[in-house]
Write a protein that binds this ligand. Structure first.
Ligand code: 4AD
Ligand code: MG
Length: 440
């Protein structure tokens, strides 16, 4: 009797089709076997399935085809789903038919160890590896969490432009472009435009790629990365801290609820994440500086940090170890921060900024209250040697119904790196752009 037409299913849904005749479409991840039995590992992006090929079940010709398949050949497999707790994903496919869609020979990424340079040169193929697929899915889930949290809090997504006539985060990391004969920049942050949008809709966020000509070769720096930037009208430092904490903790819970398989593929213990879903300590910069100086004096760690400086990697590391969860640092020396940050009315040498420092990963969030007074902001623009005419529109926001407002930016790749435990941000974006790399 002829088989019924197979049902097209994705591997993640296999278990729901136990006993049914289905078709899987994907790529050959791995193959092993001997004699009249072959195990094909097929991946389709949603998971990896073990497909059992018996010569007697598929016939001589199909068996020979299966045995000769190269890694990453694309295939259609038809067969019957059999629940099996020992199989990866809890079910395997008893193969009836095999169709080769696209052959693959001498796939460059094999089971042997490859160096990071080789893998990065083959990033377009490396994405198909188990860990990299898990990271891509995890990144997707972090984006889901970012958006769903803010949408649930009454924010509107309003995107900021990528081409801009003005600098946001200092002039040293600007990418310059020729914009029809005029100089323009790739944006370093969507914040300034988000402020304008917040004056229209009250609570907004922008989410997109931003660009920084970072000369640093650290594991935390990309030249193109994604940033989520919420901005709130009628808000101050407390609201920004509450929102950042709420967002980060929601993201952790969303990953625990939906990303268990991805965390497992990354050898990430979910308990590590669960422990971070707890109240974030909030400290002032001055308190943190005192702790760091004391730890240096005790010989607990070495650092060039002195009170008044921005934090360096060793400082963030030891703070992460000490607190064991994300830490919020507020009231920064104004010189360490951007021109738009409002000063503390009680001590104008301090900026009302907040950074969230995560264990191991370091800074994942930077935010602040914005200067809302026209004349003060004008002075800051001049002090920072920024051209006032490029900021005329930004100053208008302080001319027409200025309100206290505040916001922050959270780096997507830093967040993915932190939560996944993958130390280098270059693996946390599909095609990384760094000081040394623009290929592939
Ligand atoms: O602290 P930053 O520079 O803040 C801003 O750009 C503000 N305008 C955001 C705002 O208030 N709307 O950057 C914010 C975050 C950092 O905490 C970090 O997570 C990430 O962006 N980030 C980077 N990620 C990868 N590579 C880089 N070169 C990064 N620079 C910053
Ligand atoms: Mg920062």
């Amino acid at each position: 009797m002829a088989d019924p037409a197979p049902l097209d299913v994705r591997i993640q849904d296999l278990l729901r089709h136990d006993g049914q005749f289905v078709r899987l479409r994907g790529w050959l991840y791995n193959a092993r076997g001997k004699g009249r039995l072959l195990f094909l590992l097929l991946r389709d992006g949603s998971g990896i399935c073990q497909a059992v090929v018996l010569r007697d079940a598929v016939g001589e010709e199909a068996f020979a085809l299966a045995r000769g398949l190269g890694q990453e050949s694309s295939l259609e497999l038809t067969g019957t789903v059999a629940a099996d707790p020992r199989a990866p994903g809890g079910a395997e496919l008893k193969v009836k038919g095999i169709r080769l869609v696209g052959p693959s020979r001498d796939y460059p990424i094999t089971k042997k160890e490859h160096g990071p340079g080789f893998l990065m040169d083959h990033r377009h193929l490396w994405l198909r590896s188990r860990r990299q697929m898990a990271l891509l899915r995890l990144r997707h889930r972090v984006i889901q969490a970012f958006r769903s949290y803010l949408d649930g809090e009454g924010f509107y997504c309003v995107d900021s432009p990528m081409f801009t006539p003005n600098a946001c985060e200092g002039t040293s990391t600007l990418f310059r472009t020729d914009y029809f004969g005029e100089e323009a920049y790739l944006t370093q942050s969507g914040q300034l435009y988000a402020e304008a949008s917040a004056m229209a809709l009250g609570r907004v966020y922008c989410f997109g790629p931003v660009f920084r000509a970072e000369k640093s070769k650290t594991r935390r720096h990309l030249t193109e990365f994604w940033m989520l930037e919420p901005e709130i009208a009628f808000a101050g430092l407390d609201e920004v801290c509450d929102l950042a904490e709420g967002l980060v903790r929601h993201t952790i819970r969303h990953l625990l609820a939906t990303g268990a398989d991805d965390l497992a593929d990354l050898d990430r213990d979910p308990e590590v994440l669960r422990a971070w879903d707890a109240e974030f300590p909030r400290l002032r910069y001055a308190e943190v500086a005192e702790m760091l100086m004391a730890w240096q004096a005790e010989g607990r760690y070495e650092s060039e940090f002195r009170p008044g400086d921005d934090l360096g990697a060793p400082d963030e590391t030891i703070l992460g170890e000490h607190f064991g969860r994300p830490l919020m640092i507020t009231h920064w020396p104004a010189e360490t921060k951007a021109f738009y940050m409002k000063r503390d009315p009680e001590d104008p040498s301090l900026a009302l900024g907040v950074d969230v420092i995560a264990p191991v990963a370091g800074e994942i969030v930077g935010g602040s209250v914005r200067e809302d007074d026209l004349e003060t902001l004008r002075r800051r623009i001049a002090e920072h040697d920024l051209p006032e005419d490029a900021f005329a529109w930004y100053l208008d926001l302080r001319r027409f119904g200025s309100v206290p407002h505040a916001g922050f930016g959270i780096g997507l790749e830093r967040t993915v790196s932190w939560l996944s435990g993958v130390p280098h941000v270059r693996e946390c974006i599909p095609f990384p752009r760094t000081l040394q790399r623009i290929y592939p």
